[in-house]
Each structure stands twice: as C-alpha cells, then as structure tokens.
Design a protein around this ligand. Structure first.
Ligand code: FUB
Length: 449
C-alpha cells in the first residue's frame, strides 16, 4: 500500500497520470490554446498553461501568466495522460524568464523529428532595438520529448501564435499573428524562413485577429482564426486553393463563449475517421477569463466543404466507462427546468461540479456510456437529499425503459447508495437520470458495477 501511494506520488510529480474524459479535458490545472496533432496513431495535445501570478513579481494580476508547456496524449479520447513539462521559460536561452509569456504553441513532425513552436518575450533586443515577442523552436526525437530549444528565435519573425502546415509537396509554411495574420515559407530545416513574411489579405479589417490554424481537406485550405467581430473572440475561417491564399471569408466555426471568455483558440484534427475541434473556455475560472481550460467537440463538414458551426458541449468526446465515477454534471442535454450544475466547492473549482435535480421530472441525459462486455448488475450513486427522494435511470431517452430506481435517504450529508439494475447491461448506451418525485437531489457521480 505504501509503495502504491509513493508510485502515485511520483507519477503525479512527473505529470504522468490519467485524467478524465469530458469537457474540460484537463482537470487538475489550467490549459489553453490547444493544438491537437496525430502522431503515430495517437492524439497529442500541445496547449499553453495558464497559472496564477506568482507572489513577489511585478506581473499584471489581470493578464495571462504562462511559464511552461505540458503535452497530453490519448489513444481513445477517454483516457488522457499528462506527460509533464516539455519546455519552460527558464530553460530557453533567448526567453525573458521573468516574462511568463509562453503563449499559444504548435508542434509538427518532419522526417522523424518533432518541431515545437512557441512564442515568448525575448530577453535581448533585435537589430532594430525591439524586444517583444519572438517565436522559437524546440526539437525532439519523440513527440513527448525531451525537446531541445534552439538558442535563438526564428529570424525575421516577431509575433505570437505560431502554426505550421506542411503541404503535400513537402513545402512547410509558418503562420503567426501580429494584429494581422502573417505567413512565410519555411526552409526544410524548419527553423528558418524561406520567404519574406506576407500579411494575409481579405480577412476582416476591424477587430483583433490572432491564433491562425491552417489545415487542408479535399484540396481546400482552411485558414481558421479567432476574431473579435463584436465584443469578444469567436472562431472564423476563410478558404483558398493555396496555403498562401488568396483567401475568401467562409463563416463562423464557433460563436462567442457563453461563459464570456474573451479569448478562444482552435485547432482541427482528424482522428480515427472523425474530425474534432479543440478550443478553450474558462470553465474552472468563471470570474477570471485568463485562467482557461481546453475542450474538444466533434466537427462536421457540409457536402460543399463548408464547416458546420460547433456548439460547445459539457459532455465532450469519447466514451465514458460505466465502471468509472460518471460525472453526469457534464450532461449531453437536460430538462428545461429543474436541472442544473454547480461547483462542489466554489473556492476549489478543480473539485468539479455536481448535478442538482429539483422539481418533478427534472432530468439530465448523458450520452455514450460504455458498459463493456461484462454484464454490470448494479449502480452506486453519490448523492444527498435533505428531504429524501428517489431517482430513476432510463436507457436512451426520457421515455426509455427504467433500468434502476435509487432511493436517496433523508439527510444533508453526501451518501453512497447502491441499487440493483432491472437488467444486466453490456455495450454502449445513452442514459437519462431523472427525479422520480419532487424532492431535490444533489448528485456527485454515478458508477456501475
Ligand atoms: O494564451 C495567450 C493568448 O490568448 C494566445 O496566444 C491567444 O491566441 C489567446 O488565446
């Protein structure tokens, strides 16, 4: 037991520990600006890492504070592993290690090497006397690292939010943001520009644009970027038949954040046949939108190649194992009245949420629960109900068959209640958790065995 505890401690220290599925994906630290890539059949996410402003610094309390980068992986979009820090501000020669300015990164593979691109404030002025943001490259033999940063940032580039695209003919392009979106060709060594930077034309002129991410599908080059059309950023895209343009505006991929997060930042990836949009919101920090959390949702194209707008979900992507503690507060849908989610502890939001069902027929629906091959026989529910109450779990939808009724005894303390299923379950199912009578119930999780 002691050895097991030390193993968990060590794994936590180096960051190799499984995280949960659902949105947000990363549940023990802030994460933002996710770039998702598929390397060797595995999904890798390279986000930036928001932290609280360290004490005894002169840093702005109302601004981004970012000192390093982690990488996260998943083979099934359900289980995620944090591989720990790959690049940090105090290990890069050219970076001002007091600036906490490691903003949105990217990573790409070329000829068996992995190139990690990141912006940060420079500690030395360039030939024109400018410090500001440079973009650096760190190189690794494996996507998890170790990454070795180049001693200098890329010459001729000042700006943020690097994104690299390699076309079918092998030509690599670097995109970045500096008020406008800029593109230049990269040399084969991936660390030097091969052409003069060009501002991409025909994009909206009014309102900030940043965070370019370019991908190609069926011969269409999609240049996607956050843009402030109104008050905060939304995700937009333009299309072209050439990675350098000219581009034509094509629409909105995601509207402004319902949580009022000022920024958003996107990447698009196809994994095991399905397209996904990775983005961020401020789910764990509703009052301070510079502490963000990455999310993923499925993405679909129309037959003419245009992108269908994505609505952010709590449920996210990937199957949830029935034998795990299922946080149904990450529901797929809910009744119009009587159902809500709330933080378990608003002072420690990483503890997550609970579901509150209050009012006759209040329900939440939770999709894609994997009961596996073993026949599961019972459910355990962590809940409380001050007046005592009971809930039903139904299959598929609100009118679907009841698979179990759970009585939650009177009491204001969290309780674990078990009940037998009316039928043995295997395979993947959508579940509806519904209040049977009118007394309110708070639910932390449900779990099958
Ligand atoms: O994370 C810092 C900055 O906020 C990024 O570089 C921008 O894209 C925005 O998300």
């Amino acid at each position: 037991m002691k050895n097991f505890k030390s193993l968990i401690f060590v794994l936590t220290l180096i960051g190799v520990i499984n995280l949960s599925a659902q949105n947000p994906i990363v549940r023990n630290q802030f994460s933002a600006d996710p770039t998702a890539r598929v390397f060797n059949g595995k999904l890798y996410v390279f986000p930036s890492h928001d932290i609280a402003v360290p004490p005894n610094t002169n840093l702005r309390k109302d601004w981004f504070c970012m000192a390093d980068y982690h990488v996260f992986t998943s083979e099934n979009l359900t289980d995620w592993t944090d591989h720990g820090v790959i690049v940090s501000q105090n290990k890069v020669k050219w970076v001002d290690s007091t600036s906490y300015s490691m903003w949105a990164p990217d990573c790409i593979e070329r000829n068996g090497k992995y190139y990690f691109y990141f912006p940060a404030n420079k500690n030395i002025a360039d030939a024109n006397g400018r410090k500001g943001f440079g973009i650096g490259v760190a190189i690794a033999d494996k996507p998890e690292g170790p990454y070795f940063p180049q001693p200098e940032p890329i010459k001729g580039v000042s700006g943020i939010d690097p994104n690299v695209f390699i076309d079918k003919d092998g030509q690599a392009y670097l995109y970045w943001a500096m008020g406008n979106i800029v593109v230049a060709k990269l040399k084969d060594n991936m660390t030097e520009l091969a052409s003069e930077p060009t501002i991409i034309a025909n994009l909206p002129q009014k309102g900030l644009k940043e965070g370019p991410f370019l991908f190609e599908r069926n011969g269409i080059y999609y240049l996607t970027f956050p843009h402030v059309e109104n008050k905060i950023e939304r995700l937009e895209y333009a299309i072209s038949d050439n990675p350098m343009g000219p581009f034509k505006m094509a629409g909105v991929v995601m509207d402004e954040s319902p949580m009022n997060c000022w920024t958003n930042h996107q990447s698009f990836v196809q994994f095991k046949g399905q397209w996904y949009l990775f983005y961020h919101q401020n789910a764990y920090s509703p009052k301070f939108d510079k502490n963000r959390s990455i999310c993923a949702d499925s993405l679909f194209f129309n037959s003419d190649g245009t992108i269908r707008k994505v609505t952010p979900t709590l449920r996210g992507v990937g199957l949830t194992k029935a034998t795990n503690k299922i946080k149904i507060d990450r529901y797929s849908s809910k009744s119009d009245t009587g159902s809500s989610g709330a933080f378990l502890d608003s002072l420690n939001t990483f503890n997550g949420w609970k579901t509150v069902l209050n009012g006759k027929d209040a329900w939440v629906k939770y999709n894609a629960v994997d009961f596996g091959k073993e026949q599961l026989k019972s459910v355990e529910v962590k809940a409380f109900s001050e007046k005592g109450s009971s809930l039903q779990i139904r299959l598929d939808n609100v009118d679907g068959p009841v698979i179990v009724e759970v009585n939650v005894p009177i009491g204001a303390a969290w309780n674990s209640v078990e009940a037998k299923l009316t039928k043995l379950l295997t395979g993947v199912h959508n579940l509806v958790v519904m209040l049977k009578d009118g007394n309110s119930i708070d639910i932390e999780w449900i779990k099958f065995q």
